[in-house]
Design a protein around this ligand. Structure first.
Ligand SMILES: [Ca+2]
Length: 395
């Protein structure tokens, strides 16, 4: 036993001697200097809206494990959910989702970095701006002028809106005198809305002509308001329908304002002669129709001579601008035409042959093209007519 104690004592003395020697030069941790990179939103976030602030540690030594904590406006309490955020891999940002609804103006955020075993702690405070809250919504008006007299042409004007955040919307219409004549409200929502104004008073009579002011006021959840202003002219004009016949010679298909395709087409005297040498042929005539606010029917007519025979598909029609075909076809293709009607008769006597009545697909702006498609025997076209029904505005 005594021996054992002696041995123990000796060990202690020896160990103490060893420690003394080491502590003469203690290990000091040379912590790497760090900084915090803070990124605030750009453009500035809006008041009453949430946003993110990002931050990450910077150092010339890379080490993971430290965390970042965010404080707003000098608070000693970390922003909710923004305490001890681990950015993960070195170089990553940690994101603080700021849930506090801030007022417009200057604010500060301080971000503290804990550091790691290799990197010193650090912190940084930066200033950032919060912009005023605005209402995110847009109002639209369908027309600048509308015509409430009922004829199917712009009888009403639609005033509509889109809301990117919940808000109420109120449409107001003011008479040229300035008095409020109509008010329509739409409940708090972020869905589109529309109001069709018929331009009439409570008794159903069309109101006076003039320039009416329209306002659409949006109010969001924070009582911010946005008022869009527009003007619509009320006109008592209505559609006045006209019928016009434009006549050209058959030969004029060869005058620049016309087209040939396929077989041989000869211009001779005032008529044109379609010889279906390769089986078929065609001639076409361009017409510029009057400018109008609306068009109704279009009919193409040819005063022609053709003796029909078995299997004969000779016809009169119009070029279909929705067909995808281009004019001046290398070969006739009846899929490019519409309103087709047989041309010719068994006796081969001269007569007017008219296409079916067609509408908008057969008009390209004010251009309409009539076509005669010939097969079998020769077709003579002496003159052609386009009959257009169109409307202008008047009282
Ligand atoms: Ca109308």
């Amino acid at each position: 036993m005594p021996r054992a104690r002696r041995t123990a004592r000796l060990t202690t003395i020896l160990l103490g001697a060893t420690l003394l020697g080491t502590m003469a030069a203690p290990i000091a941790r040379a912590g790497e200097i760090s900084a915090v990179d803070v990124v605030t939103p750009n453009p500035a976030p809006e008041a009453n809206h949430t946003f993110n602030i990002a931050a990450r540690p910077l150092s010339n030594v890379q080490d993971t494990g430290g965390t970042l904590t965010f404080y707003l406006d000098g608070s000693v309490t970390p922003e909710d959910g923004c305490s001890a955020l681990d950015p993960g891999a070195w170089g990553n940002y940690a994101y603080c989702a700021v849930g506090t609804l801030l007022d417009a103006g200057f604010h500060t955020v301080k971000v503290e970095y804990t550091g790691t075993a290799l990197i010193d702690p650090s912190s940084r405070e930066v200033e950032f701006t919060v912009a005023p809250d605005v209402v995110h919504a847009t109002a639209f008006q369908q027309y600048l002028t509308f015509y409430p007299v009922k004829d199917g042409y712009r009888d009403k004007v639609i005033i509509s809106g889109e809301r990117q955040e919940p808000s109420t919307a109120t449409v107001r219409i003011y008479a040229p005198s300035g008095s409020l004549i109509k008010q329509v409200g739409f409940a708090d929502a972020s869905t589109p809305f529309a109001y069709a104004w018929d331009g009439r008073n409570a008794a159903g009579a069309v109101r006076a002509e003039g320039k009416y002011k329209i306002t659409v006021t949006f109010i969001d959840a924070f009582d911010n308001s946005l008022t869009a202003v527009g003007f619509v002219t009320l006109s008592r004009k209505k559609l006045i329908w006209h019928t016009k016949t434009i006549e050209r010679t058959g030969k004029s298909a060869d005058d620049g304002g016309g087209h040939f395709g396929g077989a041989y087409v000869f211009a001779d005297k005032s008529y044109i002669k379609i010889i279906p040498n390769g089986g078929d042929g065609q001639a076409a005539w361009d017409f510029t129709i009057p400018s109008a606010v609306a068009y109704d029917s279009l009919v193409f007519k040819a005063y022609a001579k053709h003796q029909r025979s078995t299997g004969d598909t000779t016809s009169v029609g119009l070029f279909d601008f929705t067909s995808g075909c281009s004019l001046g076809l290398p070969a006739p293709d009846t899929t490019c035409f519409g309103g087709l009607h047989p041309l010719g008769n068994a006796s081969g006597t001269t007569a007017w042959f008219r296409s079916a009545s067609v509408l908008s697909g057969f008009r390209y702006g004010r251009l309409v093209t009539g076509v005669v498609y010939g097969t079998k025997k020769v077709t003579y076209v002496y003159k052609v007519q386009l009959v257009v029904k169109y409307a202008t505005l008047g009282y």
